[in-house]
Design a protein around this ligand. Structure first.
Ligand SMILES: [Zn+2]
Length: 460
């Protein structure tokens, strides 16, 4: 079917509206359907329930999926789409495809394990509890990926094309610029920061007829403290007590950034030469992918080598358990980032009860997670069915966020030469999105909307 130049494009917000997860934006015109991002819902139960609802269109009717980046809240629903009949390409950058190759099967594996556990313990109201998808289904869905280069104009036919431009959030992350029937629609995905030590600055975009912008930190201002100073103080103080530093960390992005900062501090002689362990097979694989995409981040080949060679990698479970033995102070970076599961739990059980050690919280901790409890000063947390006292020091490193704050979002918006016809503020808790929309209206006098889940608008 031919695209009608004057015909409206329908945009439906199927995720990341009123919340920060489940990113899915459906675009429809002239009998064609495109989905920008295909994320899974995470966090509160009523939000996660949406992962089980049918999409309001048959996945087989989609022409293509376009991904902004590999984080699961943007990519983690692809296996469902493929399982339900989607036959088109998943268009992404090469690095995003590489990261999805480790993230999606791991996600399926964890879902299977969770379902298994629920069935054994009998606590699910679903009988039997099922995974949203399996590791095998996730692996099969990787066949659909069709990676393109940054800034390559990729033609999808009938006046529809897509370009992915570097957005600086994590390796491979991109702005999606869609040109359709003469209109340009821009999706920010997750917006990176101008002064990250490891990620390149987000590219400036100057043209959009319609813009969809994220607002994770739309109502916040990141601390201006220097991450090196905080890290150096925490590590030095803990080492002086003969203690170890335990760092729950996200495997993709945060782990690489932490190792880089620690390597730099060692090089400058600002911290004692403690052994550093990266105890997360996924983070190890992500680090390899990071080094395989030089030019897409700020690290040179030499810096990549020195950053990741200073750390010892533990892949096997035995090696991971061995980290908990012996009196020697050490730095352990391990997943998951919110201590909701994974190997970090074993390390917390071992190190949290001793006051000489430090638990270093480095990122956003979602409500209800162990990470949030520890960050809030809980005296004990439940791990593997028993209460573990938290006597270790709990320190915070708040400056490594991979999301732009309000001022940084406004800085990026300032590059657009003309106001878009409409700007849609998404990917935020309601307060954050509302605050950013207000600031955009006040400072730029742009038309601005905060869509709700399921809202549909016409782009004329
Ligand atoms: Zn992200």
């Amino acid at each position: 079917m031919k695209t009608d130049e004057s015909g409206a494009i329908k945009l439906t917000f199927l995720g990341a509206a009123g919340t920060v997860t489940g990113s899915k934006y459906l675009l429809e015109a002239s009998g064609r359907r495109i989905l920008v991002d295909c994320g899974i819902f995470q966090g509160r139960k009523e939000i996660r329930e949406r992962n089980w609802q049918r999409l309001p269109f048959p996945p087989s009717s989609l022409d293509a999926v376009i991904l902004t980046h590999a984080h699961l809240d943007h990519s983690g629903y692809i296996p469902v789409l493929v399982e339900q009949g989607f036959k088109g390409p998943v268009i992404s950058t090469h690095a995003t495809r590489d990261l999805c190759e480790i993230l999606l099967p791991d996600s399926g594996y964890l879902m299977e394990k969770d379902a298994d556990y629920a069935n054994r313990k009998g606590f699910s109201r679903h009988k039997p509890a099922l995974p949203i998808y399996t590791e095998a289904q996730a692996a099969a869905s990787l066949e659909s990926f069709r990676p393109i280069d940054f800034d390559e104009e990729f033609d999808l036919g009938d006046g529809l094309s897509v370009k992915l431009t570097l957005s600086g959030h994590i390796l491979g992350s991109a702005f999606v610029q869609l040109t359709w029937g003469g209109r340009r629609i821009v999706f920010s995905g997750d917006l990176g920061r101008p002064n990250s030590a490891t990620m390149r600055k987000p590219e400036a975009l100057s043209q959009a007829d319609y813009l969809v912008v994220e607002s994770t930190y739309g109502n916040r201002h990141h601390e201006k403290t220097n991450p090196y100073d905080t890290l150096a103080e925490v590590i030095t103080r803990t080492a002086a007590r003969g203690g170890s530093v335990i760092i729950p960390s996200f495997a993709v992005g945060r782990s690489q950034s932490l190792l880089y900062h620690i390597a730099e501090l060692k090089k400058q002689g600002r911290i004692p030469d403690l052994p550093v362990f990266l105890d997360s097979p996924m983070a190890i694989n992500a680090s390899d992918i990071f080094c395989g995409h030089l030019g897409e981040h700020r690290l040179t080949a030499k810096q990549c080598n020195s950053t990741f060679q200073q750390a010892s990698y533990t892949r096997s479970v035995e090696a991971s358990k061995a980290l908990d033995e012996g009196p020697m102070p050490r730095i352990i970076v391990s997943a998951s980032g919110m201590a909701s599961g994974g190997r970090i739990l074993h390390h917390l059980k071992r190190f949290a009860p001793e006051s000489k050690n430090t638990i270093l919280i480095t990122g956003f901790q979602a409500e209800g997670t162990r990470g949030a409890q520890i960050a809030d000063g809980a005296k004990e947390v439940k791990i593997h069915g028993r209460m573990v006292p938290i006597c270790a020091e709990v320190a915070h490193l708040k400056t490594l966020s991979a999301h732009a704050d309000q001022d940084e979002i406004m800085g990026w918006l300032g590059h657009f030469e003309n106001p878009p016809k409409m700007t849609f503020v998404t990917h935020g808790e309601p307060m954050a999105s509302a605050a950013l929309a207000d600031r955009i209206r006040d400072d730029l006098s742009w038309g601005c909307d905060v869509p709700a889940h399921g809202d549909q608008v016409e782009l004329t």
